[in-house]
Design a protein around this ligand. Structure first.
Ligand SMILES: Cc1cc2nc3c(=O)[nH]c(=O)nc-3n(C[C@H](O)[C@H](O)[C@H](O)COP(=O)(O)OP(=O)(O)OC[C@H]3O[C@@H](n4cnc5c(N)ncnc54)[C@H](O)[C@@H]3O)c2cc1C
Length: 303
């Protein structure tokens, strides 16, 4: 009977796989493929690996201690991690496509969604990306006055909890009903336990102020669950900060310098994994899609 697994030793790699991004998806795909004796290289734009877990999740909720051992086990398997290496204009994607048998693209979604609202460019109107990163890097140590976080997901809960811990009066304003909030119930409960106030049925209309934010205008909404009905009635709430956490999207700069204008145009040997490929943006779904991406990469190498 033939052996179930054929081990290939030394430099006889099965295939060469490039992985863009060292978040949960990139690292998990790397682990699976390196264990199957592929030569795996990870390209990561940041100075530290770990993706959102490294840069965005607040440190009081997620310690970074678990990241290092994962990186070490990858290195032991021979995975090469190129930090500070941004794929895009300086190192175009096409170079990787021609050099490797398959490319797993797991860059996450690091661009905050920006609503088209009057006053969005006022000072003290900030986005979850810069806000959470500055906090985690120790660049933001206090916040005075009232901070209103707009959004209803886990990221919004984290922003509001951070604002509260930094000293602000912290409010979450969500446009649908409380029951329709996408955040995990545990995360909503934790925010309230921290002293965050949750106001539902408030849809932002404009940010007011001369150069700095002074107040937010909302339209009251109605509707149960995920229904969204507008009432026409407006309310103005004074605030010192607005933190926008209404969603995330992919950074198209990864395609700069290549002939591709959209992620849909990429050739078959480029496999999307993690948040960029998933409807539900979670660690578990990122890992599941990385498993599928690794299987697909194996098939590409086999053919
Ligand atoms: C505040 C916050 C709280 C969250 N809370 C939870 C939670 O409680 N539970 C949960 O399950 N999920 C949570 N998530 C979601 C979870 O973090 C993501 O779903 C997960 O990290 C996605 O993994 P990923 O590997 O697809 O991408 P990411 O973790 O985003 O990693 C992508 C990596 O690719 C790199 N990259 C991007 N572009 C390039 C480029 N051009 N060149 C090279 N490298 C590049 C990035 O620097 C990054 O390191 C939270 C997210 C946020 C922001």
């Amino acid at each position: 009977m033939p052996p179930a697994v054929i081990f290939v030793s030394g430099s006889d790699f099965v295939g060469k796989i490039a992985i863009i991004g060292s978040g949960p998806a990139g690292m998990h795909a790397a682990l699976l493929l390196a264990r199957q004796n592929h030569k795996v290289e990870i390209f990561e734009k940041e100075p530290k690996p770990g993706g959102m877990l490294q840069y965005y999740l607040p440190k009081f909720r997620f310690t970074r201690e678990g990241i290092r051992p994962k990186v070490e086990s990858l290195e032991k398997l021979g995975v090469k991690i190129h930090l500070n290496t941004k794929i895009g204009i300086d190192k175009p994607l096409e170079g990787l496509i021609s050099k490797f048998d398959a490319v797993i693209l797991a860059p996450g979604e690091w661009v905050a969604k920006v609503p088209r609202l009057h006053g969005i460019n006022l000072e003290k109107v900030v986005f979850w990306t810069e806000f959470l990163r500055d906090y985690n890097e120790g660049k933001l140590n206090s916040l005075e006055g009232k901070a209103i976080t707009i959004g209803g997901g886990n990221t919004a809960m984290d922003c509001a909890r951070v604002a509260k811990r930094l000293g602000a009066e912290s409010i979450v304003a969500y446009r649908r009903s409380r029951e329709g909030m996408p955040a995990d119930l545990d995360e909503i409960a934790a925010a309230e336990k921290d002293g965050v106030e949750i106001k539902d049925h408030l849809s932002p209309v404009q940010f007011r102020g001369r150069t700095e934010l002074e107040s937010l205008v909302f339209e009251k909404t109605k509707g149960a669950g995920r229904e969204l009905g507008m009432t026409g009635e407006q309310v103005e709430i004074k605030a010192d900060y607005a933190i926008l956490a209404i969603g995330q999207q992919p950074d198209p700069s990864i395609l700069e310098g290549s002939k591709y204008n959209s992620f849909k145009e990429l050739p078959d040997k480029v496999i999307l994994a993690g948040d960029i490929a998933n409807e539900k943006k979670l660690i578990a779904t990122a890992i599941a899609s990385a498993t599928a991406a690794a299987e697909k990469a194996n098939k590409i190498v086999d053919n």
